[in-house]
Design a protein around this ligand. Structure first.
Ligand code: A2P
Length: 351
């Protein structure tokens, strides 16, 4: 059993982590919720009990003898405090982008590259990939094994939960304003997104770079190749849409081999945590309302290109807060316990 801390326990992903840890019956001896000084005095709920939030400090990990620390409080917070947790002897599972491309830090999607977890010993930190990357690599991995992917073109339809609780609140408040006043009128409240997000679509997530792509798009390029140990060409267009918490992606893959729709469906359906929903005759395909609050990547609209034999198109959807963040982090924790935990505990407690 482990002492587990959640840094960012009052946030959208932090709250979901509490639910997923409980659902997965994670072996917890003591749970320590951490957030900023603003949240001291608040409680979080875990297994029907209220637990007081503590302030995230460098010393708290040592003081509380933390074994596993989940971080989801933003990149600058991880930069400052994750090394404290690692130094105190905890394994850090970090949800931010801060350590992801560090060659000494494994970047892990347990369904795809569980073997990389072993690298955790170098820094004590395991990075959780970007949400759009996680659901994309889970659907690319079985197809890459079957057909050999050379290039990926992807357009995302990303939910507002990717911008945290504040992003979700901004969409809901704008929707409320639109219902109360005038449809299509620019609503007043606009802090998180560059433009009104209610009834709109914004082709801009994270900062623009000199090459015309955004940082979010480059995360998908670099993280996908790191996780899959590939050198694929990837061209993403990341778009924010007025959906609460599930991301969708329209993906085209260019393969070494000729693709076959039947085979693609078969390898996807047999892959861990993928569900194929693809029955045009009955209007069945993946959508955010199907994926929300579940732990699967849903894949559908699988079809061969009209012109090229080696090109396949499909659509995937997954819950951003769960598959794209909390559930992936907990699955990393479980794999880590399976592969390293006993040894770690032996060292720590002399068992
Ligand atoms: P707090 O609620 O005290 O601000 P979200 O991703 O939904 O926006 O949530 C962000 C999470 O990160 C919250 O739990 C927030 O705590 C926490 N957080 C943000 N900044 C800090 C900080 N400087 N130190 C500790 N926790 C922080």
């Amino acid at each position: 059993m482990y002492n587990v801390a959640i840094a960012g326990a009052t946030g959208a992903v932090g709250e979901e982590l509490l639910l997923v840890l409980e659902e997965y019956n994670f072996p917890i001896k003591k749970l320590v919720p951490l957030a900023s000084a603003r949240s001291v005095g608040k409680d979080v709920e875990f297994k029907g009990q209220k637990i007081a939030v503590k302030e995230l400090t460098c010393d708290v990990f040592e003081e509380e003898s933390i074994d596993i620390a989940f971080f989801s409080a933003g990149g600058s917070v991880s930069a400052k405090f994750a090394p404290c947790a690692a130094k105190a002897g905890a394994v850090v599972i970090d949800n931010t982008s801060y350590f992801r491309m560090n060659p000494d830090v494994p970047l892990v999607v347990p369904e795809v590259n569980p073997q990389d977890i072993a690298l955790w010993k170098k820094t004590g930190i395991i990075a959780n990939p970007n949400c759009s990357t996680i659901q994309m690599v889970i659907s690319l991995a079985p197809l890459h094994r079957e057909f050999g992917i050379k290039r990926v073109d992807v357009a995302t339809y990303q939910a507002v939960s990717g911008a945290g609780k504040k992003g979700m609140e901004e969409l809901l408040e704008q929707m409320r304003a639109l219902f109360n006043f005038k449809l299509e009128k620019e609503v007043e409240n606009r802090e998180v997104f560059q433009y009104q997000i209610a009834l709109n679509v914004i082709p801009h997530i994270d900062k623009f770079l000199d090459n015309g792509f955004t940082k979010e798009e480059l995360k998908m390029v670099n993280e996908t190749n790191k996780i899959m140990h590939t050198n694929m060409e990837i061209a993403p267009t990341c778009v924010r849409v007025p959906v609460l918490r599930s991301h969708s992606e329209a993906i085209t893959i260019y393969c070494e081999k000729e693709v076959e729709v039947k085979k693609a469906k078969e390898v996807l359906a047999n892959f861990e945590d993928v569900k194929v929903i693809d029955n045009p005759a009955k209007n069945e395909y993946p959508m955010p309302i199907i994926a929300t609050d579940t732990d699967y990547v849903y894949v559908g609209r699988i079809r061969k290109d009209l012109y090229e034999d080696n090109v396949l198109h499909f659509f995937n959807v997954a819950d951003q807060i769960r598959v794209g963040a909390a559930t992936n982090a907990v699955r990393i924790g479980i794999k880590w316990i399976e592969s390293e935990g006993e040894e770690f505990l032996k060292g720590k407690y002399g068992k």
